[in-house]
Every structure is written in C-alpha cells, then in structure tokens.
Design a protein around this ligand. Structure first.
Ligand SMILES: [Zn+2]
Length: 351
C-alpha cells in the first residue's frame, strides 16, 4: 500500500500525452460516443480496469493493451490517441491519420488503456527528459528502509513477488498486491488478478491478435517465444514491415529481441504465455521510447510526439497483418477449427 506521506511528482505533459489514471478515467466516462465501455474487473487495489470496444461486424477482432507497466506511460497515451481517432477521426492533438484510420475501419477493435492501474497511479505521467536512474525508483518501488525493491530486470531468476507490507510503495513493475505484473511462473499462473480479468474478457470474443505496449526506452519488439513455430514468421513479417516504416520516418527500430534460429528459449514466463494459451491468440509485445536523458543508449532523444507516433506506426503494422488474416491462420493451425467457433458464443456483461 502506498505510504500517504510519499508524494509522487506531477509532471506537465502535452495534451496528446493522456496517461494519468484519473484523466483517462474521466475521458472514458464522458467522451465516448462510438466506443462501448466495459469494466472488466478491478485491480488488486480495487481500481477499475476498463476496455473499450469498437464493434465492426465481420471484421478481424484485435486488441491493443497499454499500461501493463505503470512506469511506461507512453503506451497508455498511444491507446488513448487510438480511442480519440475512433471517436473523432483525429488524434488528441487534432491531427488526422488517414492511413491508420483506413486500417482501424477494417478491424473489430478492443482497447485496454491501462491494464495495471495500481502501477500507473504510483508513477509520474511521464519520464520525458529524466535520467534512467529516476525511473528506477518508480519501476521498482521502495522498501521500508528506502532502498529499491530488487526487481532485477535482466536476471534469469527474477522476483515474482514482494510483500507490500515491507514496502513504502510497490513500483510500476508490480500490482498493489506485490505480484510482478508481467512475470509468470508458468503459462497457468494467474497470480496477478489483472491478467485473470484480461483472459476472462477475451474468452469467447474471438480476438485473433493482441498488441502489448511497453517502454524499455528503445523501440524494440519481442519475439513471442512462448508461441508455437507457426507464429514466428508472423513476428518476423511484422519486424520487416515495421523496419521499412521506421526507415521512412528516419527513426530507430532495433532487431527483434529474442529472435534466432530457432528463437532463444524463454528463461521465465510473461503474460504472453498465459494469455496466448488461455485465449488462443497471437501476442506481440513492443517496447517504446521514454525520452530518457543522460545515456547514449537512448539517443537520439525523440520529441514527445515521436514517442507516441512510434507506437501508432507499430500498431498500424499489427493491424495490417491481422487484416490479412495471418493471426487467424496461425491460431487455427495451432488450436484447431474449434478456436474460431469459440468466438461466436458469449454473453455480454454490463459496464
Ligand atoms: Zn514494460
């Protein structure tokens, strides 16, 4: 539980950078005309988790998720720009995106702006222009003695849980109950209630692909290594097209993390393992930029808009491959024809 004496700095952000939990909630409850809002459940600290659905009969059902990690606000803002494009035909800064909108018209879209509200509310709205050392405090959280909760990002033996009673606050890598929000001990690990709600929401909706927005600080997609071989060429096709698109914008995109021949085996599981298995869909995770200052790894320093636009470009490629039926084909090959039938039947719950 967050210590009430610990004050999270409030950082001013441009209007297109809509990442603050309260402001996102306010938008969703007052500005949706086309989208159908559904509360898919509550976080471990009882914050509501929302999905917005743009039904489009007969079109490919796809999902984009932001805010898995609380300290990665750009993904939230990217999803909210998608919401605004669907509602008003322009981004949150008032600009049209004809090519992206053409793709959005061809899908049945499900959006989750903030999967992990517990993590989002303990982090500033942006880390733009700050050193990476600053984000560590908010990504890890603080132990009672003031030191960082040892999240050990690169470790093969990572921290899955930390007792919140021993913390001043849990960082954006965790939910409020102390579970690492994107580290699973197995493909059947539902310890994070938020992930359980996501899978429950997906059940029976026939969603073919899910795009999960993160922000390690650089643009880099992650090979879905928990997925069966039919999915690997799809991830590589995404990479190929995204590389061409980023090249045309003169922006950096790293080679796909974890790829190889075969892709490097997983050392531990992520939400992708759980959701892929239980919702029978293709999952692609993408990392984005943060605008960190003070380290050559994060050069060139992007503008705030470029960070959001990078996500929109990545999403466009994700939509394109879904529209072309690549995810559906691989899902059928792996899970069989019943996979499709499951999408037809499902009762709807109220918001
Ligand atoms: Zn992340």
């Amino acid at each position: 539980m967050t210590n009430p004496t610990f004050k999270i700095p409030r950082i001013e952000t441009p209007r297109f950078w809509l990442s603050n939990f309260g402001k996102v909630q306010a938008y969703l409850h007052t500005k949706l005309a086309r989208g159908r809002l559904e509360r898919i459940g509550f976080s471990s600290l009882s914050y509501p988790i929302h999905a917005v659905e743009y039904a489009n009969k007969g079109k490919t059902p796809l999902m984009v998720v932001g805010g898995t990690h609380g300290h990665e606000p750009g993904g939230v803002a990217a999803v909210m720009n998608l919401v605004n494009l669907m509602e008003r035909g322009v981004d949150l800064d008032g600009w049209p995106h004809p090519e992206l909108c053409r793709l959005l018209d061809q899908v049945h879209l499900h959006l989750i702006p903030i999967l992990n509200p517990d993590g989002r509310v303990v982090c500033p709205d942006s880390f733009y222009g700050l050193p990476t050392e600053a984000v560590k405090v908010y990504s890890c959280g603080l132990k009672k003695d003031g030191s960082l909760i040892p999240y050990e990002a690169g470790s093969d033996d990572p921290l899955y849980y930390f007792d919140p009673n021993d913390a001043i606050f849990m960082g954006g890598q965790f939910n409020g109950a102390g579970y690492a929000i994107n580290r699973r001990t197995s493909p059947d690990d539902f310890s994070a209630v938020e992930v359980r709600h996501l899978v429950e929401y997906l059940k029976g909706r026939g969603v073919q692909g899910l795009f999960d927005l993160h922000a390690c600080g650089s643009n880099i997609a992650v090979m879905p290594r928990s997925h069966e071989p039919p999915y690997w060429p799809i991830a590589r096709e995404w990479q190929k097209r995204a590389e061409a698109l980023f090249e045309s914008k003169s922006r950096p995109l790293s080679p796909m993390h974890g790829d190889g021949d075969p892709p490097k085996p997983l050392t531990h599981h992520f939400n992708s393992s759980v959701v892929h298995k239980h919702a029978q869909l293709f999952w692609l995770a993408c990392e984005g930029r943060q605008g960190y200052a003070g380290h050559p790894n994060f050069m060139p320093i992007p503008t705030e808009w470029e960070i959001i636009d990078d996500y929109l470009a990545e999403i466009a490629v994700f939509l394109e491959l879904g529209i072309e039926g690549l995810y559906a084909k691989a899902n059928q090959a792996v899970f069989g024809p019943k996979r499709q039938a499951a999408g037809a039947k499902r009762g709807r719950t109220k918001r």
